[in-house]
Design a protein around this ligand. Structure first.
Ligand code: DON
Length: 310
C-alpha cells in the first residue's frame, strides 16, 4: 500500500466511503459523561496508516476527541510488557464476556474480570501497571499512549472532571473487584487513574498510528520506536479480536474480520497484522457503545479492500 497507484486507490476508497456515510443520522452521542454530549455528531474522520508509515486520511481526521475505551488495549500492552501473560492472566481473564462494556464481571472462584477490554477488566489492568503512586501510574500510561501515537498526548482536564463527577458505576466495579481480591489498589484511586487514561486527547490519525503499531509487531511505523515487544502485540491483538467490540465482537469479526477496539466518544481503531492500522471517528453510537458510522465504514472498507483476516 505504499506505491503511488495504491496511494490513489486507498485515498479514493476512504474519501468515497466518507462521502457516502456522512449523511447517516443513526445513533446517539454518549451523554452519561456530560462533556461527551458536547461532541459534534457531524464530525467524521477516517485514517489508515501503512507499515511504511504512510498516512491516508478523509474528513475530520485531525479533530481531537478523548480516547475513552480505545485506550484499553494499549494500556493492556503496557501491563503485559511489565508483567508477562501468565501473571496478567492471574488477575484479568482473556475471555469474551458477551455483556455490555460496563457490566459487573467477577469470575466465579477468583473474582477476576472476564477480559481487559470491558471497564472492570480495564480498571484492573490499569492498576497492574507498576508505579509508586496513582500520579506516577497516570504518567506512565500517558507516556505509553504517546509512544503508541508517535507524538506527545495530553489529558483533557474537563472531560476528566466530568468522568470523575459521574463515575460511580466504575468506582462500584472497582470496589467489587477489591472485595473479591482481584484489585489490590485503593478502589477510588484505581478509578481515578482509569478516568485520566480515558480522558487523553487523540485524533483519528493517532488512533490509526496506534493500531498500526500493534499491527507492526509493536514498532511504531512512523517513529520506528519499538513500543512493546512483538509477542505483547500478538497477545493484545488476540484479545482485541475476541473482546474488543464487547457484545458485538462476534458479529464484528464475521463482517469486518480485524482485531479492533471502540470507545464511547466515537473513536475506533482496527489492525491488520503486518499490513496497516485503520481508524474512524464519529460520535453517534449504536446500542453497544460503538460508532455507527465507524462500524459501517469498516465493514465497507473491509469488503472493498479484502481486509478480512479469515
Ligand atoms: O468508563 C467509561 O464508561 C468510559 N470512560 C469509557 C467507556 C467506553 O469507551 C466504552 N466503549 N465503547
Amino acid at each position: 500500500m505504499t506505491d503511488p497507484v495504491a496511494f490513489d486507490v486507498v485515498s479514493e476508497g476512504l474519501a468515497e466511503v466518507h462521502r457516502r456515510l456522512l449523511p447517516v443520522t443513526d445513533g446517539e452521542v454518549a451523554s452519561y459523561i456530560p462533556q461527551l454530549a458536547l461532541a459534534d455528531p457531524d464530525d467524521f474522520g477516517i485514517a489508515l496508516v501503512s507499515m511504511g508509515g504512510h498516512r491516508y486520511e478523509a474528513g475530520s481526521s485531525r479533530t481531537e476527541f478523548t480516547i475513552q475505551s480505545v485506550s484499553k488495549p494499549f494500556v493492556h500492552a503496557l501491563a503485559l510488557a511489565e508483567l508477562g501473560l501468565d501473571e496478567m492472566s492471574r488477575w484479568v481473564g482473556n475471555e469474551p464476556s458477551g455483556d455490555a462494556f460496563n457490566a459487573i464481571s467477577l469470575e466465579h472462584g477468583t473474582g477476576r474480570p472476564a477480559n481487559p477490554m470491558i471497564n472492570a477488566g480495564a480498571i484492573a489492568t490499569t492498576n497492574l501497571v507498576p508505579a509508586d503512586s496513582p500520579a506516577e501510574r497516570s504518567a506512565r500510561i500517558l507516556d505509553a499512549l504517546s509512544a503508541f501515537a508517535g507524538r506527545r498526548l495530553a489529558v483533557d482536564e474537563e472531560v476528566y472532571r466530568s468522568e470523575a463527577a459521574t463515575g460511580d458505576r466504575n468506582r462500584a466495579l472497582a470496589y467489587l473487584m477489591h472485595a473479591a481480591g482481584s484489585l489490590r489498589t485503593d478502589p477510588v484511586e484505581a478509578a481515578e487513574v482509569y478516568f485520566r487514561q480515558c480522558s487523553v486527547l487523540v485524533n483519528t490519525v493517532d488512533l490509526a498510528v496506534m493500531g498500526a503499531t500493534l499491527a507492526n509487531g509493536g514498532v511504531n511505523p512512523v517513529t520506528r520506536e519499538q513500543v512493546v515487544p512483538e509477542q505483547v502485540a500478538v497477545e493484545v491483538l488476540s484479545v482485541m479480536a475476541t473482546c474488543g467490540m464487547y457484545d458485538a465482537a462476534g458479529d464484528w469479526l464475521v463482517r469486518v474480520g480485524l482485531p479492533a477496539k471502540s470507545g464511547v466518544s466515537g473513536g475506533l481503531t482496527a489492525a491488520s497484522p503486518a499490513r496497516f492500522g485503520i481508524a474512524c471517528y464519529s460520535p453517534p453510537l449504536d446500542r453497544t457503545g460503538s460508532s455507527v458510522r465507524g462500524v459501517v465504514a469498516l465493514r465497507e472498507l473491509s469488503r472493498r479492500f479484502g481486509m478480512h483476516l479469515m
